[in-house]
Design a protein around this ligand. Sequence first.
Ligand code: BGC
Length: 419
Amino acid sequence: MKTLSKTLIARAALATAALAAGAVHAGEVEVLHWWTSGGEAKAASALKSTLQGQGHTWKDFAVAGGGGDNAMTVLKSRVVSGNAPAAAQIKGPALQEWAAEGVLANIDGVAKAEKWDSVLPPVVANVMKYKGNYIAVPVNVHRVNWLWTSNAAFKKAGAKVPTNWDEFFVAAEKLKKAGIIPVAHGGQNWQDFTTFESVALGVGGADFYKKALVQLDQASLNGATMTKVLDTFKKVKSYTDKNAPGRDWNLATAMVIKGEAGMQLMGDWAKGEFMAAGKKPGADFGCSAAPGTAKSFTFNVDSFAMFKLKNEANIKAQNDLAAAIMSPAFQETFNLNKGSIPVRLGMDLSKFDDCAKLSAKDFVDTAKSGSLVPSVAHGMAIPSAAAGAIQDAVSQFWNDDKMSTKDAQAKIASAAKTK
Ligand code: BGC
């Protein structure tokens, strides 16, 4: 009898210990992101199920708004009030700005265990580190300089997919004559700038882009090439429809999906929308480099910054999330839905379509040739203050038909001095 009760007590103790261990293991991760469109939401749910598969709880903190401006505003107020999420979609130089505030966690433990230094391109790994320690984990590589075309619209108009800006306007005229909206656009700052930077790259080339938009060189910003870029950019506007102001990017993509519009200049998250709508690249729609940019690549790497947490179980869940994001299985599923390519090197791309394969090839080729450039519209290139001021000036020019190119150019050059 005595022995029996001892055994029972021992078993009960073991069970309690196991429960306690389980409790430490299962944590909650609150994740801030802005992936709310059709394709984006599918990709986000891949992240959620990966985390849940490990027994953790996913607390969704989605803030709608393409390009993430709304999400960043909400994030700031949460962090200021001492209530940061575990992980937030933060990218490029903004990672350094957040890390300098002392609010991000050092995730070197998981990075070392998972050998991130050897499976990430160094140019990406460096952005994920602050003072040599990983503070964020990258998810993907988006290419921004794409032109999306509707096969049905181009067929109806008898137009040819353009490879340079002269051809672009020829195609736009034909589409217009056929009663099709030539360019699907959403008039929001970040979308205006997404178009602007593709025009700058196509008209001026990668060296001009780097000097003017990355180094913010005043001579380039005030020079003749920039004048040509601005004139071309403004000409694009004349082929957009009157309902463009304020339109969300995915609604613009839907216009191309339905063949109501012929073209959209947008990063490859747009492909996620075509795929979510059951459309096939090649058969239904075309992906080609934005006019004049076939030999360049504007990159936009999504990443999650990890915030400092106190609860042990939640820290464990946060580290598990970071490890899962970099795993080959997740990189494949997520990027198939998102329209981007894996950020992890050496991945098998056999399940990816031709747009993704072209992107992967051009990413490697342009890195070698020096024409791989960071996207300004997507927070990859310059500190947020200067980026915001330049984007405002570019959108003012786009919206105000009375503003001269000369005035716009002076405004942009002076915005570039914002510290
Ligand atoms: C992000 C993408 C997102 C897009 C539209 C970009 O800045 O990098 O992940 O799909 O904005 O919201």
